[in-house]
Design a protein around this ligand. Structure first.
Ligand code: AMP
Ligand code: MG
Length: 514
């Protein structure tokens, strides 16, 4: 196992002068050099062959003891220079000051055989100066969720950080899962995440908040040179073009989330990637019954700041914070405001309309058709994923029989005559629109099935895999990765994984504890 490392982040940006691995404020620096904590009994749970391939690793490499040692943090390969980065952020709308990689340690930047740059990052590998009196560790439960969801999102076509491997450490980690005073020991684990960059909005915010404009400029110049080199040499114009691109990518990201029914759960500015990736899988969740107000995060259940329907607005707010951070480099805040409107608000609206039309197999977005559908979906508990797949199955060219849709409802008692009339009316309007667009039924069905997944990481499926893994059985994690690898295919042998959430898991909410 040999990588070609080119650690530009630490080679071009200033380092923390102190070598002390204690929790503290780190000034005048972008990162601190740290060593991952040694663990007693590393044991591989799973790896992603697709991510391995990005790094030019084959199965033999991934199944080796060396791999297990390296990606649990026990062994540092030549060329690896472990470091944690400094960032800040707004958490739930409030400025939270310095946050940083509290339990993430970057091992280095790999240049693969295609000359692509991939950063390797261990999550849960122990304390760093940014750990804020926490342990820097992660438990199996949250690591399974991060591993599976990163890969599921990628296969769904949603931009995301990737996961190379999930390794048990052999250590026990104390966690109060529901924040109710009942702490217990859980198995510790480390995920190796992989992305072209892990830079977040909060990286810019921390230097701006400290009025360290020199470092802010250096950091932005470095970001442009490494991750946005197509924009040209850093200058005020390039900064503006860069901000426009971040807006654009963020808009596309959120449109994808709304398409597949993903709720991030903690859209704090430190969890927003500048390249528009889904990052930091914590208390995320997948919509089962369609509900715009739903959030999986118990920590946010009072204010519901990060609920499903609010994600587009929150992304705008977060981008506005990023704009505030770079104002000192631009001086004209109005320019940034205009870019935000054009490259986020307008472009989100355009992409969202296109996406919603595609979910129905239509070319043209019809606002009232879509908004009436939203009302319909929420008037009785309707499984969003199943609804769109079943809708593709209905023959819309003759007399409409909506029987396939009844499978999407959680409570059949609600399907009263009034609801059925409304549904019928909506389907008739939909049929009329389809007729206008003169699309064949087979074409409509196959188009819809390329944007409406059959398989998503339903919250209870992840939980079942976690429970089995905590008892030493990893087969369900492997099966889920297989299922989620081709989420738009029918695959009858896996149909169990496309079923509605069973009654016994009705109120599955998650806290931030991980
Ligand atoms: P999150 O809400 O997961 O995005 O985390 C917010 C901040 O808390 C980040 O700076 C994390 O690195 C840090 N953090 C979360 N969990 C831990 C932990 N167990 N140990 C140290 N730092 C943590
Ligand atoms: Mg985070």
């Amino acid at each position: 196992m040999k990588f070609n490392f080119d650690n530009t982040f630490i080679n071009s940006l200033p380092e923390d002068k102190s070598q002390e691995n204690t929790c503290r404020q780190v000034f005048n620096a972008c990162y601190s050099m740290v060593q991952p904590q040694k663990v007693s009994r590393p044991q591989q749970v799973i790896y992603s062959p697709e991510v391995a391939q990005l790094l030019d690793l084959d199965d033999e490499h991934c199944k080796s003891t060396l791999f297990e040692q390296v990606f649990s943090g026990n062994h540092i390969l030549p060329g690896m220079q472990p470091y944690s980065t400094c960032y800040g952020g707004h958490q739930f709308g409030q400025w939270a000051g310095q946050l940083g990689d509290g339990r993430a340690i970057n091992l280095g930047e790999v240049i693969n055989s295609k000359q692509e740059r991939w950063v390797l990052q261990l999550k849960g590998a122990g304390k760093t100066p940014y750990s804020r009196n926490s342990d820097g560790l992660a438990v199996l439960r949250s690591s399974v969720r991060e591993f599976l969801c990163s890969e599921a999102m990628h296969h769904l076509g949603v931009p995301t950080t990737r996961a190379l491997s999930l390794t048990l450490t052999g250590e026990s980690v104390l966690r109060d899962m529901f924040y109710d005073g009942n702490s217990k020991y859980e198995p510790g684990a480390v995920v190796c995440r992989v992305a072209q960059t892990f830079t977040r909005f909060g990286h810019f915010q921390i230097f701006a908040a400290r009025n360290d404009i020199t470092l802010l400029k250096r950091f932005l110049d470095h970001t442009i040179q490494t991750d946005f080199s197509h924009l040209g040499k850093p200058s005020v114009d390039t900064y503006l073009a860069w901000f426009g691109e971040v807006c654009q990518r963020t808009a596309e990201l959120v449109v994808h989330w709304q398409r597949v029914g993903f709720v991030h759960g903690v859209m704090n500015t430190d969890n927003m990637s500048i390249t528009g990736l889904t990052i930091d899988y914590g208390p995320y969740g997948w919509l089962e019954n369609f509900n715009l107000r739903w959030t999986p995060n118990t920590t946010d259940s009072d204010h519901r700041r990060y609920h499903f329907g609010n994600q587009p607005r929150v992304a705008f707010w977060n981008l506005a914070q990023l704009a505030n951070a770079i104002v000192p480099l631009i001086e004209h805040s109005q320019l940034l405001q205009d870019i935000l409107e054009r490259h986020y608000t307008d472009s989100f609206q355009r992409s969202y309309e296109k996406m919603m039309a595609e979910k129905l197999g239509l070319d043209k977005f019809d606002e009232s058709l879509i908004s009436d559908l939203m009302v319909l979906l929420q008037s009785t508990e309707t499984d969003m994923t199943i609804f769109y797949r079943q809708l593709a199955k209905i023959n819309m060219s003759g007399k409409i029989d909506f029987t396939p849709l009844t499978y999407a409802y959680y409570d059949k008692g609600y399907l009263d005559a009034h609801y059925q009339r409304q549904l019928q009316t909506w389907l008739n309007r939909y049929a009329a629109q389809l007729k206008q667009e003169q699309r064949s039924e087979t074409e409509r069905c196959s188009r819809m099935n390329t944007v409406n997944p059959k398989y998503v990481l339903r919250n209870y499926l992840a939980q079942q895999a976690i429970t089995a893994a905590e008892n030493g059985d990893f087969t369900e994690i492997h099966t889920l990765l297989d299922v989620l690898r081709r989420p738009y295919d029918e695959k009858p042998e896996f149909s169990r994984y496309a079923e509605k959430r069973p009654e016994w898991v009705k109120c599955s909410m998650l806290s931030c504890s991980s």
